[in-house]
Design a protein around this ligand. Structure first.
Ligand code: NAD
Length: 476
């Protein structure tokens, strides 16, 4: 299976070699190296900044129809290239080919939605007496420094590029060094669809060095970051020095409230599929199962049975439902979290171990009755671990859901319409899924509250987050 050559893209040119340091990209299913990724030196970053500044001057003046045509063209090219892009994503990230191909479709859908939004960036005309006029307009914010992680190697760069391009901004994109080929393919589709090369640059490097360099530059006007809360807090502090605008899509600890009046089999089928998606390495992954005591045993046993049946393997093989974890840090973290929970008295029902003798596989794992002070009940596991605990009464269940400072996605399963309405008000979360596993769509804002971050991606909100609002007062 071939894996593409790796490079950075600056001003449309493929940049590599020249004595630059490199990062070895590894296949998480085998642990074998796939390729060498060149890393930016300070001169590369300065060049990317200079080009991005030119890109903004060009793109802020580009007509909406041109911006829309680029996004639509890129969506078409991504779908044409979907098999190749998805195969490379599976090789570098580990997720199943089906999931990776789904990501390509998601980005194509997002680009098409944003192509429509280009034409809908309206302002407001205020009511004024004769002789006066006042309008409210939205202008693109400027050069955006965007940092995206490895867990959605195609969708994350798609999100980081789509909204700024719709808004008329330019972008310097630093995606995860672990999954570069996917991000390069998304940017290449945009360039092939006619995006002026100055508008989007892709660089790689030592993350802390790149973010410090870019965020210190007066050329950058906005930080957009997806990743862990701890890194997000650090970057917001750096961004404060230049008072940058920020969109922060950070970690979560997805609570799932399961009530006795729900359709338990439907809930279980949906929740196990969501839990094992991308081996649990999903910021909106359902994690803390807060189960009404009268259905606790049925739920725990049904969950365990389904987790045992999940077929784990190389994501390129037919029938595999869950691939490896993306890097060796993740199975290490799973071992630490499970050992700590069990040592504190949690019950292990299945999993709790690495699988195979190569790659970074970890078994689908179910723990129950986990003490609240266990690390896994407080730290985002970011892995295939389900934490199931019985609770008595709706108030106690909501209190547990809101116990942690995170608020990205919350899930609830219930047959009661009144309860759904209460939950939609009372769960402190940016996204709430009631009797469904779906929390994202091209036309809906995606983002968290509290320590899960602020600002939204996707939806009209995602484009507005790349714009500044201005009021213009006129005497006429
Ligand atoms: P990490 O926190 O070191 O890195 C997360 C991402 O941030 C990576 O893509 C990394 O390249 C980037 N990053 C790290 N330091 C940076 C810096 N100073 N400047 C710019 N970018 C920086 O953790 P990790 O080991 O890669 O992932 C583990 C944790 O990260 C998980 O437990 C999870 O909480 C979080 N995570 C969240 C998401 C998400 O979608 N919100 C995605 C991936 C990882």
């Amino acid at each position: 299976m071939t894996y593409p050559q790796l490079y950075m893209i600056i001003n449309g040119e493929k940049v590599s070699g020249g004595g630059r340091k490199t990062f070895t990209v590894v296949n998480p299913a085998t642990g074998e190296p796939l390729g060498e990724l060149p890393l930016a030196d300070p001169a590369d970053l300065d060049r990317a900044l200079e080009v991005a500044e030119q890109g903004f001057a060009i793109w802020r003046k580009a007509p909406a129809a041109q911006r829309a045509a680029v996004l639509q063209g890129a969506a078409r090219l991504l779908l044409e290239r979907a098999d190749d892009i998805a195969r490379n994503a599976t090789m570098e990230e580990g997720k199943t080919f089906t999931e990776a191909k789904g990501e390509v479709g998601m980005v194509a859908g997002l680009f098409n939605f944003y192509a429509g939004e280009c034409q809908r960036l309206y302002g407001r005309v205020l009511v004024r007496p004769e002789g006066q006029r006042a309008t409210v307009t939205h202008e693109p914010v400027g050069v955006i420094a965007a940092f995206a992680p490895w867990n959605f190697p195609i969708a994350n760069p798609g999100r980081k590029l789509g909204a700024p391009i719709a808004a008329g901004c330019s972008v310097i994109l630093k995606c995860a060094e672990e999954t570069p080929a996917s991000a390069l393919a998304v940017l290449q589709a945009l360039l092939d669809a006619g995006l002026p090369p100055q508008v989007a640059q892709a660089v790689y490097g030592v993350p802390d060095e790149v973010s410090r360099h870019l965020l210190a530059s007066p050329i950058v006007r906005k930080l957009s970051f997806t990743g862990s809360t701890v890194v997000g807090k650090h970057l917001v502090k750096l961004a404060a020095d230049n008072m940058l605008r920020t969109t922060m899509e950070l970690g979560g600890h997805g609570p799932v409230l399961v009530f006795g009046d729900s359709d338990l089999d439907r809930a279980l089928d949906t929740l196990v599929a969501s839990k094992t998606r991308n081996c649990g390495q999903v910021c909106v992954s359902p994690t803390r199962y807060i189960v009404e005591e009268n259905v606790f045993e049925r739920f725990r046993d049904g969950f365990t049975e389904r987790m045992k049946a999940v077929k784990v393997g190389n994501g390129l093989e037919d029938g595999v439902q869950m691939g490896p974890m993306a890097n060796p840090r993740r199975p290490d973290a799973m071992e630490r979290l499970v050992a700590d929970a069990v040592q504190r008295g949690a019950r292990l029902h299945t999993g709790g171990e690495r699988l195979g003798n190569q790659g970074f596989f970890y078994a689908p794992t179910v723990l129950s009755e986990i003490p609240l002070d266990a690390q896994a009940m407080n730290e985002e596991p970011f892995g295939p671990i389900a934490l199931i605990t019985p609770y008595k009464g709706e108030d106690a269940m909501i209190a547990e859901a809101n116990r942690l400072p995170y608020g990205l996605a919350a899930y609830a399963w219930t047959g009661s319409e009144q309860r759904k309405q209460r939950l939609s008000h009372d769960l402190e979360s940016g996204m709430i899924a009631l009797n469904t596993g779906m929390v994202a769509a091209a036309d809906a804002p995606f983002g968290g509250v509290r320590w899960s971050g602020h600002g939204a991606e996707d939806g009209p909100e995602g484009v507005l987050a790349c714009m500044v609002t201005r009021a213009i007062h006129e005497g006429i």
